[in-house]
Design a protein around this ligand. Sequence first.
Ligand code: NAD
Length: 480
Amino acid sequence: MKLKNYINGKLMEPSSQRYFDNFQPSTGKVYSQIPDSDEADVDLAYQAAKNAFKSWSILPKELRSNYLLKIAHLIESKLDQLAMAESIDNGKPLKLAKTVDIPRAAANFHFYATGILHYASHAHSMEDTAINYTLRQPVGVAGCISPWNLPLYLFSWKIAPALAAGCTVVAKPSEITPMTAYLLSEICIEAGLPDGVLNIVNGYGSKVGNAIVSHPDIPLISFTGGTVTGKHIASVAAPMFKKLSLELGGKNPNLIFADCDYDKMLHTTMLSSFANQGQICLCGSRIFVERKLYERFKNDFVEKTKALLVGDPLDDKTKVGAIVSKQHQEKIMSYIELAKQEGGKILCGGNVLKLVGNLSEGYYIEPTVIEGLPHNCRTNQEEIFGPVVTITPFDSEAEALSMANSTIYGLASIVWTENLTRAHRLANQLHAGIVWVNCWLLRDLRTPFGGVKASGVGREGGFEALDFFTEPKNVCIKLT
Ligand code: NAD
C-alpha cells in the first residue's frame, strides 16, 4: 500500500515519485510505502494553505467549528479502523489505541471545535480618555510537526487548535508512524473540509520537517518531539523570528512516600512505567521510594513487572506491545548495557524478547527494572523512552526533591502521599510543567500542557493553544 500526501484537498504522490518502507513493529516486516517528499511538496502545500487562509481565516467561527465537529464524529465512527491502523503502525496494544489514542484524537477536535466558540479577547479601559481592545487574529499558515509515540493523538492536538483559531496548516506526521495521519486526510475529504485548509506532507524530518521549519513564509511552528531536534528547530526558526511551541523530551520523577495509598500507587506506577512500552513523554522513568517502603515496593513492583504480558499488540491480553522501530529497540538496549556498566543491578527484564511465528522478527523488549544507580549517572539523567525504569531509595523529602529536580528536563512529575501539606509543598517546588498528585495521565484538556528547561518552550492545551495560533493586536481608540 502506498500512502499519499494530502495537498489542496487532493491525495497526491510526492513530486520525487520516490517512496520508502514503513515497517510493522510487531512483525518487523514492511507493510506500506511512505512518500519521500521534499521542499517542492512543502512549497505546494504552503501555496495551497496560503490561498485557503484568505477564506478560512474569515469564515465565521461557528462554521469552522462545524467542520471540526464533523471530523471528530468521523474519527469516532471509524474508531475500530483507526485503532487497528495505529496499533499496526506503532506496535502499541490495540486496546490502548482503542481506549486512549483514537478517542483522544476525536476529543481534541471536539474540544477545539467548541473551545473556539468561547474564546474571547480583552478590553482595557483608560477611563474616559481611551479604550484599548485586543484583536486576536490567526497568525497565518502554521507548520505542525509531530512524533511517533502517540501518532494521531498528538498530530490532532496541534491541528485542531490551529484550524479552530483560523490558521491553515502544513503538517508532517512522523515518518515512523504516518498511517493514521493518512487516514485523517481521507476523513477531511469526507468531511468536506475546504481545499488547502489542512495539508499533510509525508517524509523525513531532515527534508520535509526542515523545509517547513525553514520556509520563509510559515510564521509559526508547533513541534513535538525530541529535545535534540527541538534545539535544531529553534536554531533555524529563532533568527527568522517565528512563533515557536516546543514540546520536548522528559525524564520524569515518580516520588513515592511511605504514607501513600499503597495499592493505588502500585497499580498506577505500573502504568506510568510501562504504558505504551514506556514510550510516553510523561512516563515516570525514575522512581524514588522512601526507604522504609523500599523493600516492600521493590518486591511487589518487580513481581508485577515480571507478570506483564509482552506480546502481539492485536491480542487483547497483551499489556506491552512492540517497540516502535529496530533503531529505537537498539537505542533502549544500549541504555540497559550502559546501566550495567554504571553499576546498576537488573532486577527483572533487561533483554530483547524473541517471540514466535510471524512475530519472530518483531521488536520486543522485556519490561526492565534497575536498582543501585546514583541519581546523577547517565542512565538516570538521559531520556531512554522505553520500558525501562530505575528505582532509588530516599531518606528525606529534601533528598527526593533534589534528585527529582536534578536533570536537564522538567516535563512531568508524580507524587504519591496522603500528606496534604507535603503534596502542596512538593507541587510548589518540583521544577516541571505538570505535577500529578496520587494519579498519572489524568488530563483535562483546558489545562496548560508543556515543560520547562530542556522539556520545551510554551504551552499547549486550553486557550493557551488558541493564544499561540493567534496574534494579539492592541487597538487604542481615543475617546475625546
Ligand atoms: P524526533 O524529534 O526524532 O521527531 C519528531 C518529528 O520531528 C518527526 O516528525 C520528525 O520527522 C521531525 N524531524 C526530525 N528532524 C527534523 C528536522 N531537522 N526539522 C524538522 N523536523 C524534524 O522525535 P521522535 O523520536 O519522533 O519522538 C520521541 C521524542 O518526542 C521523545 O523525546 C519524547 O519525549 C518526545 N515527546 C514529547 C512530548 C511532549 O509533549 N513534550 C510528547 C510526545 C513525545
